[in-house]
Design a protein around this ligand. Structure first.
Ligand code: ADP
Ligand code: MG
Length: 768
């Protein structure tokens, strides 16, 4: 029996989920799949596993002896929720455990197991029917992480499987599935018959207990939102009545630097303004105006900022209230600043749940971990920068990265809701309502649509799934691209011809990249090439490193224009510019006169040496923005490669590399060939069926090549060569090669539709 302390018991009774215990348990009893929808903080994560435990789930001599498995998208949540439930169940130690990537407290006594969704996916690989479990709870489903979506699809099938197994052998107990969500985001796939074949599962709604939250938009949207957050929090701390503050930022670095600034600023002011609170508030009015003006001068960064008079600046409206309140309830002068992000140690994360020191205002600086996974007690003010670090995927380049971008309207509302848990609150949005309306999507796209399809397939195949096209995705990716991606994985050796994952495939699945690039990284250590391979992938994955020729203004003006167009470069200047441009490109292709990839690599490596990046880019006709991005990507990849090869690599790779040796250069070219193995083309005249060309081409860019894996149709004798051929892009190093010197085979990374006018009536893909 469960014995809970009085304090815990009392706290539990206040939770909306506890009031619904009976309804929830009856639904679970009657249905194989149940969906629970309740606002963040209503008690889903901490209470539902306890209901199940008390109903006998996870107990060896009950009808449902298997464990209660609870999945979380984040490690923080898995660990801290296990600890919390363990505390609440007091005295039953060892019954509650967690498992995350490198850490586990699971034993044979475990009844409730919290884990990240990645862990459960791995377990399915080893135990396809999940026989260890009697019920799986998929939590935070509204986040729609790729793993969550995959699990929902997978476990819904396992529920069916276990029902069948149960019919054949009553000793195998059926499996139950509970999906929990903070929003209605999960209902869009409820009707999906492919997913829930036995009909729509019941949706249990838990009444939220939410106090009103007043939302305040900023008049202006500042680009430097960390700086903006600093000013707003400082002013807010001085002016606002007691109550915890929660600031949403995007990552660890921002959090650490803002924490330091706030500590410096607020520790010094403390004491100086006690005793004349009213005056201080008044005395700060000019500061307010100053800030607004500053905002206006900086607003050049925002294309659109209509001045909407209805919008109140953050604290204007509060000033009056503040005067009243402060006389009786002075704002606390001390601050208690705590960081909260995924990589932080659990014991430090748990500090946000402790009572802050007497008289000190709690200020939590958090990533979106605090958006729905964790509920921090006592928060009354939320400062929302409106940004989050998100996984992005560029389909064209195959690069997956983390980028700071706007959150969705749904997220913004979740963030605001954090202020209304214990009483009425305020949410200060550090962006204007115009930006909110214009740039915020209703919901973030499910992650599964934002990652490489090849990656999703690789994930499913690593669970030994045969027919990926039939997989019941809550939101399915495009079928055709699934089939195409599967083919590519075969070419890369990640799948066997029968469609089974290979050991190479398992290796590739550890990189958050398009499998082509993962392939390069996994083989790229040969001949001590790792630092070059990393740079090469970064260079290949970033488009437009070089400023294209046509943007230089080099075009020769025609006769009339010489006199009429003053902008045109004078002859002499043009000649100079042209020779500087050619010289720069010549330098970059010194190592290989036939490879655009190595040219890009050389440019990126040279950039690392440049004392002034801007001057270098200008001199060498490189795009500063792209080089900067490539350089960032290079560091990110270094970390990833290091994490995947912990024992064999130093933690930092030098950015300034010596020139690669001849052997290394040819090794690098082989890596590229391995990654783009399906994109090789042969000189048409050297192909087994050489085409009849009407005219012999005189320029390299008019010479047809034939892809070995045809792009569209199979080439028949009567097919027009133009329909199946590819051509060298004019920006390629090969474009100026003499026709007789062109290589027999080329490998291309990208095809681009050419200008049909070049060759009459034909669409002409060009290679790069
Ligand atoms: P939900 O999953 O519905 O968002 P939770 O079960 O996570 O809700 O939280 C329910 C309540 O328990 C919240 O009000 C939260 O403040 C409280 N709580 C959760 N974890 C802790 C903890 N470690 N310490 C103190 N209170 C906690
Ligand atoms: Mg929860």
């Amino acid at each position: 029996d469960v014995i809970r302390s009085d304090e815990i018991q009392e706290a539990r009774l206040g939770l909306p989920v506890v009031a619904e215990e009976q309804k929830i348990m009856e639904a679970i009893y009657d249905n194989p799949v149940v969906i629970i929808w309740g606002a963040t903080g209503s008690g889903k994560t901490t209470q539902v596993p306890q209901f199940l435990f008390e109903a006998g789930y996870g107990t060896s001599d009950s009808p449902n002896p298997g464990m209660i498995g609870v999945t979380q998208p984040r490690r923080v949540a898995a660990v801290s929720m296990a600890k919390r439930v363990d505390d609440e169940l007091g005295g039953l130690r060892e019954k509650v455990a967690y498992q995350i990537r490198f850490d586990s407290s699971v034993s044979n006594k475990t009844a409730i197991k919290f884990m990240t969704d990645g862990i459960l996916i791995r377990e399915i690989t080893n135990d396809f029917a999940l026989l260890k479990y009697s019920i799986i709870v998929i939590d935070e489903a509204h986040e729609r992480s790729a793993n969550t979506d995959i699990l929902i699809g997978m476990v819904s099938r396992i529920v069916d499987l276990r029902a069948t197994m149960n019919k054949e052998d009553a000793k195998v107990r059926p499996l139950k599935l509970v999906i929990m969500s903070a929003t209605l985001r999960v209902t869009d796939f409820l009707e999906n018959p492919n997913l829930f074949r036995n009909g729509k599962p019941p949706l249990i709604q838990v009444e939220g207990r939410q106090f009103p939250v007043a939302t305040h938009f900023s008049r202006r949207t500042q680009r430097d939102y960390v700086d903006e957050a600093f000013h707003k929090v400082c002013r807010g701390h001085k002016k606002l009545p007691p109550g915890g503050m929660l600031v949403f930022l995007t990552g660890q670095n921002e959090i650490t630097s803002l924490a330091k600034r706030l500590k410096d600023a607020l520790a010094n002011t403390h004491g100086s303004h006690t005793g004349h609170k009213v005056r201080i508030a008044a005395g700060e009015a000019p500061l307010e105006t100053e800030d607004i003006e500053l905002g206006m001068s900086m607003s050049q960064y925002d294309q659109l900022e209509e001045n909407d008079d209805d919008e109140e600046d953050v604290f204007d409206e509060l000033d009056d209230k503040e005067f009243e309140v402060e006389d009786e309830t002075p704002a606390s002068s001390q601050v208690h600043i705590l960081p909260l992000y995924s990589q932080l140690q659990t014991k430090d994360q748990l500090k946000v749940f402790e009572k802050p020191p007497e008289n000190a205002r709690l200020i939590v600086l958090a990533t979106n971990v605090a958006e729905t996974s964790l509920t921090i007690p006592g928060i009354r003010y939320v400062f929302d920068t409106g940004r989050a670090k998100d996984k992005r995927y560029d389909e064209q380049t195959g690069v997956q990265s983390f980028e700071v971008g706007w959150i969705s309207k749904a997220s913004a509302s979740q963030r605001a809701g954090r202020a209304g848990r214990t009483g009425p609150g305020h949410c200060y949005r550090l962006y204007s309502s115009a930006v909110y309306e214009r740039d915020f999507k209703e919901h973030a796209e499910p992650e599964i649509l934002r990652i490489p399809v090849e990656g999703v397939i690789l994930q499913l195949k690593s669970m030994d799934l045969q027919h990926v096209v039939n997989f019941p995705f809550p939101t399915p990716p495009d079928r055709q691209s699934l089939a195409k991606a599967e083919k590519l994985l075969c070419y890369l050796g990640a799948l066997s011809p029968e469609g089974k994952i290979t050991s190479i495939g398992r290796q590739l699945s550890h990189y958050p990249l398009s499998p082509r690039f993962s392939k390069m990284l996994t083989i790229g250590h040969q001949h001590e090439c790792t630092p070059y391979t990393v740079a090469l992938v970064a260079a290949l994955a970033t488009p437009n490193l070089f400023i294209p020729e046509n943007q230089l203004g080099l075009a020769v003006p025609n006769q009339t224009e010489i006199y009429t167009n003053g902008d045109r470069l004078a002859d002499e200047a043009r000649t100079k510019l042209r020779s500087a441009y050619d010289h720069a490109h010549h330098l970059f292709s010194r190592k290989s006169s036939t490879s655009d990839a190595l040219k890009a690599l050389t440019a990126l490596c040279a950039y690392a040496y440049a004392p002034s990046k801007d001057d270098f880019c200008k001199e060498m006709f490189l795009s500063p923005k792209s080089l900067h991005e490539a350089s960032n990507l290079r560091s990110q990849l270094t970390t990833i490669v290091h994490n995947n090869n912990l024992t064999t690599l130093p933690s930092t790779l030098p950015l300034q590399l010596p020139a690669p040796s001849k052997i290394q250069i040819s090794a690098l070219q082989q890596f590229i060939a391995a990654a783009f193995i399906d994109q090789i083309a042969i000189l048409a005249s050297s192909s087994p069926i050489p085409p009849d060309l009407p005219r012999k081409p005189t320029r390299a860019i008019d010479v047809p090549y034939l892809p070995l894996f045809p792009i569209k149709t199979k080439r028949r004798a009567d097919t027009d060569i133009i329909d199946v051929a590819v051509f060298i892009h004019p920006s390629s190093v090969l474009a100026h090669t003499a026709v007789k010197d062109l290589p027999t085979y080329i490998i291309y990374s990208r095809l681009q539709r050419g200008n049909p006018a070049t060759i009459e009536g034909a669409k002409k893909p060009r290679t790069r």
